[in-house]
Design a protein around this ligand. Structure first.
Ligand code: WQD
Length: 343
């Protein structure tokens, strides 16, 4: 095996980033990880090493620092691609702190692109979100659906990020794939890496597992008066390992120049909608744990239902989710039990 191609992974110690680092290593690449550790811990590196036998190089840098961004590229002048995960990601927090979100989610993107161009790095994968669709008019939602006015500064930074990237591909020698994630859940089956929510979990599945392990008294279900079969909101939940694999597939598409346009967008979901109540029931079945919950009012900003039309990713990218909701909930629960023991 020749020297591994180096791929810059920003936010590479985060939830999706760390799972992608594992998939890159298992596909013969060498991730170069940058993470400011604002929403993770450095010992995620040990988890990556335990799974793959390799401990990637890691820089604890804040990408809002232009000098640090330059330092990474001067130390790694042969990067073959960039996968940009690093961003603040909490919808609610973005409403309270819009400038933190606009600065942290957009300035690093611009600094990375400028260095990429000066070092001739031509392949860029962007972490986007189904949030850009808002409440779609038609379900399942496909990539041609209109991007609606964002309901939060967080969602807006994803929309603006895609516009910055598309404009840059028009003017410069760089090609981009933007992956619009639906709802990532679960953990690596080894339970060596997984989600590490800061404080009270915002997202459904970590709140479920923390309730099941006794950290939370009960799950609060935000609304059962939606126009859906059981009244609770519907999402497209996909296993984080499937999502990580989509990044490797997208990177290989660019490296092999199989992309049809310089700026491409793909929905990364399962194509299946699942309600909150169905997730609760599935968790109880998979784990045998009874989950205490209480129905409360709707959460502001939540959409009723969104799930992906996955045909473009299947046909063009050659990627399809393989793991089930049950796999993801089983892996999430195994991870929750593991970290509670070690804490
Ligand atoms: C899922 C469903 C809640 C918690 C967000 C971002 C998205 C992406 C994923 C970053 C909703 C309900 C949740 C709880 C509940 N993040 N819920 N009780 O809001 O679909 O997506 O996270 O990229 O961009 O928008 O995910 O997990 O927060 O909520 O009833 O304690 O679970 O109302 O219907 P969401 P979520």
């Amino acid at each position: 095996m020749g020297k591994r191609k180096e791929i810059l992974l920003t936010g590479g110690l985060g939830y999706i980033g760390s799972h992608t680092a594992v998939e890159l290593l298992e596909n013969g690449f060498m991730p170069v990880i940058v993470d400011d550790l604002s929403n993770t811990t450095e010992n995620v590196l040990d988890g990556i090493e335990k799974i793959t036998g390799i401990k990637p190089v890691f820089y604890p840098f804040d990408l809002k620092n232009k000098k640090k961004v330059k330092e990474i590229f001067s130390k790694h002048p042969q990067l073959k691609g960039i996968i940009h995960f690093a961003a603040s990601k909490y919808v609610g927090e973005s409403v309270e702190k819009p400038l933190l979100y606009y600065e942290n989610n957009l300035c690093p993107l611009i600094y990375l692109l400028k260095q990429a161009l000066s070092y001739g790095v031509k392949n860029f994968i962007f972490s986007s979100s189904c949030t850009v669709y808002g409440q779609p008019d038609k379900l399942p939602v496909d990539e041609s659906a209109p991007v609606k006015k964002a309901e939060s500064p967080y969602g807006n930074t994803k929309q603006i990020g895609e516009e910055i990237l598309e404009d840059t591909t028009r003017a410069e020698d760089i090609q981009v794939i933007s992956l619009r994630y639906f709802n990532p859940i679960g953990a690596h089956p080894s339970a060596e890496i997984g989600e590490l929510p800061r404080g009270v979990p915002q997202n459904l599945v970590p709140f479920i597992t923390q309730t099941a392990i006794g950290l939370r008294e009960k799950l609060y279900i935000f609304g059962d008066d939606y126009p859906t079969p059981d009244g609770t909101a519907i999402r497209d939940y996909l296993h984080v390992v499937d999502l990580a694999r989509a990044h490797v597939t997208a990177l290989q598409r660019l490296l092999n120049k199989q992309n049809k346009k310089k700026f491409e967008v793909f929905n990364i979901g399962t194509g299946k909608g699942t309600s909150v109540m169905e997730m609760v029931k599935a968790f109880e079945e998979v784990t045998g744990k009874k989950l205490p919950y209480e129905i409360v009012g709707r959460r502001p900003g939540d959409v009723t239902a969104v799930w992906a039309d996955t045909r473009l990713a299947e046909k063009e990218l050659g990627w399809k989710a393989e793991k089930t909701i049950q796999d993801a909930l089983r892996d999430a629960w195994r991870w929750e039990k593991k970290i509670r023991k070690s804490r």
